[in-house]
Design a binder for this molecule. Sequence first.
Ligand code: ADP
Length: 164
Amino acid sequence: MNKIAVYPGTFDPITNGHIDIIQRSGYLFDKLTIAVNDNQNPAKPYLFNTRERVEMIKKALLPSLNVEVESFKGLLVSYAEKKGAKFIIRGLRALSDFEYEFQMYLMNKKLNSELEIIYFMTNQQYSHLSSSIIKEIAKLGGDTSNFVPSVVEKKLLEKFSVNS
Ligand code: ADP
């Protein structure tokens, strides 16, 4: 049986913390789909549109036969079912991630009890990293090169030079 996993997220934009999770989980599955959330959330407006977020991930990752990047709309469990995936990957940083992730875990399990949701503890090196912090640094003219792939650093510079 093929082990198929989906790693869903906003990835607005992808950071080195996400890439670490992709590399660590990629080894464990026959196929891993990085699934960029294309649902609109008024509480969390995107800096980059879906196409930009997908493109940045594709460019940031080394080509790999078992990793693909897509976007999805609607319920994650429905998307996972469509992909034939039995595993969902998520990352955990501080305690603050736990409450939200636990709630999502319970809800997704209720929606599809056959799905297994697997959590990767952050690499200590990336425990402080979030897409929101990166956007804040970039907006204020800070250097993001140690925290994101170069393609993302370039896009952030473009975005904030246009907007300033
Ligand atoms: P969300 O999907 O909640 O909008 P993100 O797109 O930022 O969040 O992240 C997708 C997943 O990756 C989440 O499970 C998040 O906790 C995890 N993640 C984000 N940044 C890191 C990091 N630096 N280390 C480990 N996991 C992370």
